[in-house]
Design a protein around this ligand. Structure first.
Ligand code: ZN
Length: 160
């Protein structure tokens, strides 16, 4: 279970360990600031957790026993189970205004057609009025089929 207190997930920020890359991407899309540590030892993760007040999400029981850092042992090996576990424990919700880039964790900012012109296929530009652009890497998001699949999955998880 780790050592973190259960409470409302409103302003929670997370660090996902190297086993939880998919979970990190989904949490970002749900609007939660999540750093993903691909390489680096436990010391580095614990230090970052303290410095940035982030909860460590991990599949490593050793790491959850470390003193001085908030941590949570994520149950399940599949992304569906993991996301459901974390969303339920931290009472997460979908925060549309806080959505983050699944790739780099940058905050997404709303753009009109002007901000997307030349960067997406013509058909996409015609069919969409609103785009979201990553303030970090510049990746563009819009409500296409991929987006809808993501939203359906998030809603499914939050419904339980
Ligand atoms: Zn990005």
């Amino acid at each position: 279970m780790g050592n973190v207190e259960r409470e409302s997930g409103g302003e929670r920020r997370f660090i996902a360990d190297n086993m939880l890359g998919s979970l990190a991407r989904w949490l970002r899309m749900m609007g939660y600031d999540t750093v993903y540590i691909m390489e680096g030892g436990d010391d580095e993760i614990v230090a970052l957790s303290k410095e940035q007040e982030r909860v460590i999400l991990t599949r490593d029981r050793e790491l959850t026993r470390r003193k001085g850092a908030d941590s949570y042992y994520v149950a399940g090996t599949g992304i569906g189970e993991q996301l459901a576990d974390v969303a339920s424990f931290f009472r997460l919700r979908f925060r549309e205004g806080e959505m983050r880039c699944s790739v780099c964790n940058g905050l997404l900012v709303v753009e009109g057609k002007g901000g997307a012109a030349g960067l997406v296929p013509e058909g996409v530009l015609e069919r969409n009025e609103i785009f979201r652009k990553c303030s970090g890497c510049g990746k563009l998001y819009w409500k296409g089929t991929h987006w809808r699949r993501i939203m359906e999955r998030i809603e499914g998880v939050l419904r339980g």
